[in-house]
Design a protein around this ligand. Structure first.
Ligand code: C2E
Ligand code: CA
Ligand code: CA
Length: 398
């Protein structure tokens, strides 16, 4: 049985408590493993990765038990210099002879199982299964395709209107990326952004998105803004501010028209650097919106950490409004809080007039959703602005 282990969020320990603390944690975990698994061969492969070889296991039943035992070795609070570090690990497992009969294959398969365990969330374990091989092959192909897409310019931006309920007018658009794959047709960002983030390809892609979004906005009326999604990976890259400045400058739009949408997850890694970047972006004059608000673990505390210009209330809260219940109380709480903090609010995913009415009543200032319009191609944005469609909500209210 080969067990591939990777600590969860070890980087956070290093970043917040320092590298000596990280070293102490690794030694502590290693000691514990050796004490618990006396007959196993244990190795640290580098960084926060360990491999464990256990010889002579038989029934399936005991496999899961062993996995849990190994996991328990990592699930602990460790005190380092009076500070508590939480530790947990993700685990991938391959078992001979079914999953391979040589070291290389077993390690490779345990690694694939680990990759899957990580994807399913923290502190889980996963056994190798042949379909993981197929999925890895698909992923590799998609990565190659993504590289080609960047080279050949296969991406396109769609734009979804952002509408102000308080002013009864169109305020701007959110840019949403689409991939026109030569064989598979249009691919949703939900399918390729995660891989782009994992592989670092989000950096060139994100750079293109900001440039293209600013360029498109330069052809709209001056009072319309453009919102761009920025992923956490971009936030820790060295020169995000410089890249954004370039995009603004070469398009000629005023920086106030660009809004960057970030999610709470940017705060997980390297908080100090993240804050510094946020403030330097603010310095440029661009707006910062907190996206998918309410879906994270400690949404409220993030509101305190930075003076966001806007809070985008996640679609899940809006969907709930139609089902009765206390959904409107939550909207009211968020809008009241945001008002007090001087932040705009926008509700995402508005699909029905009933939802719109409640949102209006509960003090939400802006909306976005299929009710007003689906995301539109750049060409269709121009046509849409000529039409009366954008007056839809205004005439309803009148
Ligand atoms: P998001 O930032 O939350 O974007 C809103 C998503 O909700 C969009 O999906 C939009 O089409 C969809 N949506 C808008 N109104 C409605 C509605 O009324 N009902 C429903 N059911 N859905 C609605 P899309 O375009 O597929 O994008 C998905 C996600 O991909 C985005 O979620 C964003 O996280 C990410 N994404 C899109 N473009 C980019 C990009 O350029 N860079 C990065 N890093 N991420 C992007
Ligand atoms: Ca967004
Ligand atoms: Ca969102």
């Amino acid at each position: 049985m080969v067990i591939y282990v990777d600590l969860d969020d070890f980087k956070v320990v290093n970043d917040t408590l320092g590298h000596p603390a990280g070293d102490t944690l690794l030694r502590n975990v290693a000691d514990h493993l050796m004490a618990e698994l006396k007959d196993a061969t244990i190795a640290r492969l580098g960084g926060d990765e360990f491999a464990i070889l256990i010889d002579g296991v038989d029934s399936d039943d005991s496999l899961a038990a062993i996995a849990r035992k190994v996991q328990a070795c990592f699930m602990r609070h460790v005190m380092i210099d009076g500070q508590q570090a939480d530790c947990s690990a993700s685990i991938g497992i391959a078992v001979a002879p079914g999953d391979g009969t040589d070291g290389n294959t077993l390690m490779k398969h345990a690694d694939l199982a680990l990759y899957r365990a990580k994807r399913e969330g923290k502190s889980g374990h996963h056994f190798f299964e042949p379909s993981l091989d197929e999925q890895a092959r698909i992923r590799r192909q998609m990565e190659l395709d993504l590289r080609r897409a960047i080279r050949e310019g296969e991406f396109e931006l769609y734009f979804q209107p952002l509408y102000s309920l308080t002013e009864e007018k169109l305020k701007g658009f959110e840019a949403l990326i689409r991939w026109q794959h030569p064989e598979h047709g249009q691919i949703s960002p939900l399918e390729f952004i995660p891989l782009a983030e994992e592989t670092g390809l989000i950096l060139p892609i994100g750079e293109w998105v900001v440039r293209e979004a600013c360029h498109q906005a330069s052809m709209w009326s001056d009072d319309l803004s453009v919102a761009v999604n920025v992923s956490p990976k971009q936030f820790v890259s060295p020169d995000l501010t410089g890249k954004i400045l370039q995009a603004i400058a070469s398009s000629g739009i005023s920086p106030q028209r660009l809004e960057l949408e970030i999610t709470e997850s940017i705060f997980i890694a390297n908080v100090e650097k993240t804050m510094a970047t946020l403030y330097s972006l603010r310095e440029l004059g661009v707006k910062i919106a907190l996206d998918d608000f309410g879906t994270g673990y400690s949404s409220l505390s993030y509101l305190r950490s930075f003076p966001f210009d806007k809070v985008k209330i996640d679609r899940s809260f809006v969907t709930d409004l139609a089902n009765g219940g206390n959904g409107h109380a939550i909207i009211r709480a968020i809008t009241t809080l945001a008002d007090a903090l001087g932040m705009e609010t926008l509700a995402e995913g508005v699909e029905e007039f009933d939802q719109l009415d409640i949102l209006r009543r509960e003090g939400c200032r802006n909306v976005q959703g299929f009710l007003l319009s689906k995301p539109l191609s750049a060409q269709n944005v121009r046509e849409w602005m000529q039409s009366d469609e954008k007056l839809k909500f205004g005439s309803q209210a009148a």
